[in-house]
Design a protein. Structure first.
Length: 419
């Protein structure tokens, strides 16, 4: 995080209740609390606003906004966080009224993304999303934004005169960034083509469900998961370890969340293409979370949105070590017959899962017998790299007969040697 050393800041959160279910809004507020923790902001007060009494001026009702403004002033709180989307005028009005930094849900998520983006691609994607978010809210915020290096999207409402110039500059910057992103996407496409002989598996799921930790277990890599929302923003690709033939490449990517800002989904489209173009999705669910079923729904909805609904999917119920009810795995396996229950922290579980993934593909592999010239090193090394070799026979002079097992797509490439 860029703002690690700053002094502790405090916030008031307001959640919006949409149904009679108070528990739902309390859970949402709790999730917002975790999002703020990621930004090193502590929650001091929580309020609930009923959706039937939303006001056009402040979103919040009169009485509530007066009470909250007073609290903010009396206790010198830094943030007013609205777990809902705010129109640009509502944001300006709230800002004027409370004299503190006002962030809506999208603003908070964008701030976290801005802090966590590491690669050029992720940084570019986040900057586009941020600028598009800021455009209608540009009341001098551009100047503030420019001063921040990789910082947030906190509109503080400064000098109105600059707005038109700022808007033009923002639009120019967006189109430049989009061109850069297209270039990066082209490079990635070339990279993807070079991996066309490998099997591609993508980890997807709600943020904090344990994707990166599972990736670490399955690939025995040193990447660490973090107890933070949106810890991973950059798609990473590693091969399963111990290695298989053909290689199975696993990619880790950005987590999903309820009401993921549309701008972000749009600008992360090229990262998410990795998911759509995969052979299998591993949908990781944190089964120890009280709302894991809701989180599954959200993930499925986002997958549909990005066009990945038809990619085969394996459900993985993770963090089983955190679940007290011993019978839960059995219930889950009954309700979702093809699901797997694991703890990403348990080596035995991850090695079983690795085998399960391999078996999933292996059962559709086909057998073939090929005859190759012993001097044809290119074909021989292709076979040894990508196919399971069941046996070889050097009886005939200058030629070797090899029995192989591999996916049909790979056998196609060596079919002229088949006997
Ligand atoms: N107890 C327990 N903790 C786990 C397990 N799997 C992951 N965790 C913890 O859960 C937290 C989140 O894990 P990550 O792997 O970073 O989750 P993620 O899905 O990659 O999260 P984002 O990148 O933010 O979307 C970390 O603190 C992990 O150590 C598990 O099976 N059991
Ligand atoms: Mg992660």
């Amino acid at each position: 995080m860029t703002e690690k050393k700053k002094k502790q800041e405090y916030a008031v959160i307001v959640g919006v209740q949409r149904t009679n279910d108070t528990k739902a809004v309390e859970d949402e507020i709790e999730e917002m609390e975790s999002l703020l923790k990621t930004l090193n902001i502590k929650t001091k007060y929580k309020f609930i606003q009923h959706h039937k009494r939303l006001s056009a001026t402040y979103l919040l009702g009169r009485g509530k906004i007066e009470k909250i403004s007073q609290l903010i002033q009396d206790e010198c709180l830094t943030y007013l966080i609205i777990d809902h989307s705010l129109s640009p005028p509502q944001m300006r009005n709230l800002n004027k009224k409370t004299q503190c930094t006002v962030l809506d849900r999208e603003g908070v998520i964008l701030d976290i993304f801005a802090n966590h983006a590491k690669t050029k691609e992720a940084k570019t994607q986040v900057e586009i999303a941020k600028l598009e978010y800021l455009l209608p809210r540009l009341a001098g915020a551009w100047t503030h934004f420019q001063r921040q290096t990789g910082g947030g999207v906190r509109a503080r409402g400064m000098g109105e005169a600059q707005i038109e110039v700022d808007r033009r500059r923002a639009r120019q910057r967006i189109s430049r960034l989009k061109k850069q992103l297209e270039q990066i996407a082209k490079e990635k496409m070339t990279q993807r083509k070079s991996r066309r002989n490998e099997i591609k598996v993508s980890l997807v799921g709600y943020t904090n469900s344990g994707k990166t930790t599972l990736m670490k277990g399955l690939t025995r890599n040193n990447i660490e998961g973090k107890d933070e929302l949106f810890a991973t923003l950059d798609a990473r690709v590693r091969s399963l370890d111990p290695s298989t033939r053909p290689k199975i490449l696993l990619s880790d990517t950005v987590g999903f969340i309820r009401n993921l800002p549309h701008n972000l989904v749009e600008s992360f489209r090229s990262t998410l293409e990795e998911v759509v173009s995969g052979d299998l999705l591993l949908h990781v669910v944190d089964v120890s979370h009280p709302n894991y079923d809701l989180q599954m729904e959200v993930t499925n909805k986002v997958l549909e949105e990005i066009g990945a609904k038809d990619v085969p999917m394996l459900l993985i119920f993770n963090k089983i070590d955190q679940v007290e009810e011993e019978f839960l795995p059995r219930i889950l396996n009954k309700k979702y017959p093809n699901s797997i229950t694991v703890s990403a922290l348990n080596d035995e579980d991850t090695s079983k899962l690795r085998q399960h993934i391999f078996n999933y593909f292996e059962k559709s592999f086909e057998k073939a017998v090929v005859k190759i010239d012993v001097n044809d090193q290119t074909t021989l090394s292709f076979i040894h790299r990508h196919c399971i070799v069941l046996g070889s026979d050097y009886e005939e002079e200058g030629e070797v007969t090899i029995e192989v097992r591999a996916p049909n797509s790979l056998l196609e490439k060596i079919k002229r040697y088949c006997i």
